[in-house]
Design a protein around this ligand. Sequence first.
Ligand SMILES: [Mg+2]
Length: 182
Amino acid sequence: MQLPLIDNSWTLFLDRDGVINEEIRKGYVLHWDMFKFTSGAEEALGIFARRFGHIVVTTNQRCIGKGLLTTAGLQDIHTRMLAAIAPHGGRIDRIYHCPDVDSNSPCRKPQPGMGLQAQQDFPEIDFARSIMVGNTLSDMQFGKNLGMYTVFIPSTLPDLPFPHPLQDARYESLLHFARAIQ
Ligand SMILES: [Mg+2]
């Protein structure tokens, strides 16, 4: 499906692991030293900041529920991430995380809880004018559950077929997507 024309009435929802930073296979980012931006992600976030009215991150962080990371530890990683993107003109308006282990938790993607929370915090968010970018089908289902346009980044699932009913578009990386809407 053709990319919509973006203006500042649009909201960007971003998954984190495998999209903004390299996903750690069979593990978690537990401190800043383990956080590595995907190639060009900082530049991409600078482009998004100029295009989108709101930018939020929705990230499942089961490692908290498992006791591997504290909420304060996650916040420290995010504070450093935001500091690292600021020199590129990047901004993220709010970061939502789901700490729960239970796959059926209402906040855990693909359930829509984090999106609904974002809309409560920013009532001007219109899901029909929102794009969800992620690297799993759970992210794509989350976007579709809320009526968003979905963009798939094949960082960890390169063999997933495309076209696909849950994916409206597909880009090699966050930066490739950013350049497409620049
Ligand atoms: Mg991910």
